[in-house]
Design a protein around this ligand. Structure first.
Ligand code: ATP
Length: 215
């Protein structure tokens, strides 16, 4: 991310990839402008928030015209460093890890899983979706310039592997294990627990039904 990103509030920054993906699709369809209402419906963010977010980018929508798609895309590319691909390593090629290797992150994004690690000798030496799988013992040796890691190992392995990743220069971890890992403050960890997300969704459906449901 470039320096000017620092001026953007974190909540806004988190929505950038969402906006970027949608605008990129519009651009591919040959669209030159988009209204905040249209954007709002597509990305499910209310239009007041979109207008406020976009004002941080210096993009002021014109009444009756909307936003210039090209301008916004240029801004997002610069801000998200779309030209610079972030190398990602995946640790743990189980069910979830395998699915990620098959998933083409590059479609709309600037991240690429370059290599994977596992402890299972049957998996080591093979590749999935063109991504080579190395033995976890070779982590330090093979990690190279990867700066982000996806953790899809069993929970019991998460902390030890996280420590090795940090030692090897990883600055961000996307942790899919239920384990809460402890790392130095300078390392950013995003935690995604699919079981908890699903449970939360079911809870919200039960206790906080959406108004539109009764229409
Ligand atoms: P998932 O949790 O992705 O559904 P799974 O049920 O197939 O996976 P798990 O036991 O959760 O399997 O293990 C995930 C993967 O992590 C497996 O491929 C396993 O070989 C690998 N693994 C286990 N321990 C380690 C380790 N210390 N280092 C690297 N990989 C490991």
């Amino acid at each position: 991310m470039s320096g000017e990103q620092n001026k953007i509030p974190q909540a806004t920054a988190k929505r950038l990839p969402l906006y970027y993906r949608f605008l990129n699709n519009l651009h591919h369809q040959g669209k030159q402008r988009v209204s905040s209402k249209e954007l709002s419906e597509a990305v499910k963010v209310d239009s007041a928030t979109i207008r406020r977010d976009f004002s941080y980018f210096g993009a002021l929508g014109k009444k009756g015209y909307g936003y210039n798609v090209e301008y916004l895309l240029g801004f997002f590319r610069k801000t998200l460093d779309q030209d610079e691909v972030t190398k990602v390593a995946l640790i743990g090629v189980g069910n979830l890890g395998t699915a990620f290797l098959h998933y083409n992150f590059m479609k709309n994004n600037n991240t690429k899983i370059e290599l994977a690690f596992d402890a299972d000798p049957k998996k080591v030496g093979t590749d999935i979706g063109g991504v080579p799988i190395y033995h976890i013992d070779q982590l330090e040796e093979k990690l190279g310039s990867a700066s982000v890691a996806i953790l899809t190992v069993p929970s019991s392995e998460a902390q030890g592997i996280a420590e090795r990743l940090v030692e090897s220069g990883i600055v961000g971890v996307l942790n899919f294990t239920p384990a809460r890992i402890t790392v130095p403050e300078r390392i950013r960890v995003h935690h995604i627990d699919l079981a908890i997300e699903l449970q939360a969704l079911v809870y919200f459906i039960k206790h906080y039904p959406l108004e539109g449901e009764h229409e």
